[in-house]
Design a protein around this ligand. Structure first.
Ligand SMILES: Cc1cc2nc3c(=O)[nH]c(=O)nc-3n(C[C@H](O)[C@H](O)[C@H](O)COP(=O)(O)O)c2cc1C
Length: 223
């Protein structure tokens, strides 16, 4: 069994990456007696672009029908991820959306498999369980009030059309800097942030762990 985590954060050891690693720990814990491989892909390590609208993936009888014809650092990653047994996406929220890197990656991964028919038939080689983890500055209350959830639902609906409905989780009010006193950030209460980091973030880590554990368990039960 192979489960990938896709890190859409530029930081490899902060909130998003920590939660993704917890989810992969959950995967390993769940099926420790079996052969299971996990891998985290840090998107910011790669040179790649989003979809360039060449439409080779939609050309009838074309050699790239149903596949991304663009060749760059993530071409092979896209092929490997498409053959996996599960994918856990993760992204910090930048300007009320997932990061540009994750958005570009999703364009390349999902769009070639999305048929332009009224059912959005999937051309992906297989269906597989998916999950998505969002981390952000705003509190859960602000997130719900400010339309973030609509955006998340839209992203998730594309993932659902191709692979499966993702299990999703949010980590709110994240601790952004190592030392708040060194950065101009009057908007935030460091005390509140530290409380969140010490009390809520460990609970978020447990949630992420459970997402990984359930994904692997469900996948094993299907086999
Ligand atoms: C360019 C940029 C834009 C951001 N925009 C938002 C935003 O619109 N809403 C929000 O709640 N947090 C926003 N944030 C904060 C991050 O989403 C938050 O700190 C996140 O947990 C960072 O993830 P990381 O620790 O994995 O890097 C932004 C951060 C950056 C750097």
């Amino acid at each position: 069994m192979k489960i990938y985590a896709i890190n859409g954060s530029p930081r490899k050891n902060k909130n998003t990456a920590t939660l993704l690693k917890k989810a992969l720990e959950g995967v390993k814990y769940s099926i420790k007696d079996e052969e299971v491989q996990t891998d985290i892909i840090n998107l910011y390590d790669y040179n790649f672009t989003g979809c360039k609208s060449c439409f080779a993936c939609k050309k009838i009888d074309g050699k790239s029908y149903g596949k991304c014809a663009l060749r760059d650092d993530i071409s092979e990653i896209i092929e490997n991820v498409s053959q996996a047994d599960g994918i856990i996406f993760g992204s910090p929220i930048f300007f009320q959306n997932i990061t540009g890197e994750l958005k570009s990656f999703l364009e390349r991964l999902l769009f070639p498999y999305l048929t332009y028919d009224d059912k959005h038939t999937s051309l992906a080689p297989k269906k597989m369980p998916t999950a998505i983890i969002y981390t952000m500055n705003v509190t859960e209350e602000q997130m719900k009030k400010s339309g973030y959830v609509n955006t998340f639902n839209q992203i998730e609906s594309y993932i659902q059309a191709i692979f499966s409905k993702p299990e999703s989780m949010y980590s709110n009010n994240t601790y952004q800097f190592d030392d708040y006193s060194k950065y101009k950030s009057d908007l935030f209460s460091e005390e509140d942030k530290a409380k969140q980091r010490d009390i809520q973030f460990p609970l978020d880590c447990e949630k992420a762990f459970n997402i990984g554990e359930n994904m692997a368990k469900n996948k094993r039960n299907q086999n």
